[in-house]
Write a protein that binds this ligand. Structure first.
Ligand SMILES: Cc1cc2nc3c(=O)[nH]c(=O)nc-3n(C[C@H](O)[C@H](O)[C@H](O)COP(=O)(O)OP(=O)(O)OC[C@H]3O[C@@H](n4cnc5c(N)ncnc54)[C@H](O)[C@@H]3O)c2cc1C
Length: 386
């Protein structure tokens, strides 16, 4: 809750001040045009918010995941959609924690200044789906290069990024001891790759989210672009995925608070049967319940961030925060739509746009069932189900 004792109040106010320059009309127009909020992302970059996680030595602000989560939350709470830029926050985790000094020096200051954009991460494949260890995209070492062949799907922000973190197999699945071994992560320079071994095909979708199919045909990636050790890429990506889950949870919390504010105001203002609709408990109680669930999810988000920032295992908390927050924001979205009556469906109220945007987070970047399976097996010790 944003009380005066909120330790993040100053940070929240800073992000809000920027977001005020980009009102709901701005995002509504971008959504209708299926455009990209270029000016908004540029403003976030130049004011340093997107470099929050980059250490000060590399030109960033050196903040933690906790602060990054507040930034993402406030963007969504203002009515915007962090989905257009959140990649820059969490994709960098892999590079920050596992990249070499030379890689960090080469990329981080230029990402912090906005000269380079790191908005994309290529993991998902059409035939493997959630079963990531079955990915088939293969990077074969030949001298000072890797030659990449394969296919990815649902890879976001390719046309608004200069770099992509790529997960590919470097040892065939049949030859590894554990299925999580034998995968590696690479930095792919999209400016050189597209048209020279990488073909991109956009996917039209329900939200205004730039996402694509990727086809790799003998794409050459310099060996120096390998992050960390060959074969350990899955572990590096998982580290980044925990950060991603905590940040997505924060975005859902921002959405949830936006929906609750919006519906509370409407329920106070809208008079039907000579009384505000919010006077009816049939209207109040679902709003109150959704609010409670958002606040509970927020606490789990801060716990996941705290553990991550202290370099402690946070897989359970990051996953639980993401599940709780995505379900709570969806509940708030549904309540907000319902109590706007017919007006909930009118684009000018922005509810239907935010409704579509927040729905995504029960599927991507990890679906709810996968979180439940992870919790059952790794937290509770129940038998592995797949
Ligand atoms: C808009 C959008 C943007 C995306 N951006 C990116 C990106 O930038 N980079 C990237 O790498 N990926 C991205 N993704 C991919 C996303 O991470 C996947 O869609 C998601 O992980 C689910 O994988 P899938 O679509 O292959 O579903 P599947 O794995 O095919 O699963 C389908 C459904 O079946 C359920 N299911 C499957 N197996 C089981 C089981 N054993 N038990 C119970 N339930 C099961 C799943 O939970 C899911 O609900 C994006 C997706 C979308 C929609």
């Amino acid at each position: 809750m944003t009380t005066p004792s909120d330790p993040h109040q100053e940070l929240r106010e800073g992000v809000r001040a920027l977001c005020e320059h980009f009102p709901l009309e701005y995002f509504r127009k971008i959504d209708a045009e299926r455009g990209y909020p270029q000016e908004f992302v540029a403003a976030l970059t130049h004011s340093g918010w997107l470099a929050a996680l980059i250490p000060q030595d590399y030109g960033g602000s050196g903040l933690g995941l906790t602060e990054a989560s507040v930034i993402m939350e406030e963007i969504n709470r203002s009515g915007g959609n962090s989905g257009v830029c959140h990649g820059q926050m969490y994709n960098m985790g892999t590079l920050l924690r596992h990249g070499s000094d030379a890689q960090k020096r080469a990329y981080l200051p230029r990402i912090a200044s906005g000269e380079l954009r790191l908005q994309s991460m290529g993991v998902t494949e059409p035939t493997a789906g959630s079963d990531t260890t079955k990915i088939k995209t293969f990077a074969e070492r030949r001298g000072d290069r890797y030659i990449v062949n394969g296919q990815k799907v649902w890879i976001s922000r390719i046309f608004h990024s200069d770099l992509m973190i790529l997960l590919a197999r470097t040892t065939p699945l049949a030859e590894v001891r554990k299925r999580s071994e034998g995968m590696s992560t690479f930095i792919v320079d999209l400016r050189e790759a597209i048209g020279h071994g990488l073909t991109v095909r956009p996917i039209a979708n329900m939200v205004n989210h730039e996402t694509n199919e990727l086809f790799f045909e003998n794409l050459e990636v310099p060996a120096e672009n390998l992050i960390g050790e060959e074969g350990k890429g899955f572990r590096y990506i998982l580290d980044g995925l925990n950060a991603e889950r905590a940040l997505i949870a924060a975005e859902c919390i921002g959405d949830g608070r936006w929906f609750i504010d919006k519906v509370t105001k409407y329920a106070n203002d809208r008079i039907v049967f000579e009384r505000p609709i919010g006077k009816n408990q049939g209207v109040q109680f679902p709003i109150a319940r959704a609010h409670i669930n958002i606040e509970a999810a927020s606490l789990m988000r801060f716990e996941a961030c705290r553990l991550f920032d202290n370099r402690q295992p946070c897989g359970a908390q990051a996953n639980m925060a993401k599940l709780l927050a995505s379900e709570a924001s969806w509940e708030a979205a549904n309540v907000c739509l319902q109590f706007h009556g017919g007006f909930g469906f009118a684009s000018e109220y922005d509810v239907e746009r935010k409704f579509r945007e927040t729905r995504l987070y029960q599927v991507a970047p990890i679906s709810t069932n996968m979180i439940l399976a992870y919790t059952a097996e790794h937290v509770l010790g129940l038998p592995r189900s797949f």
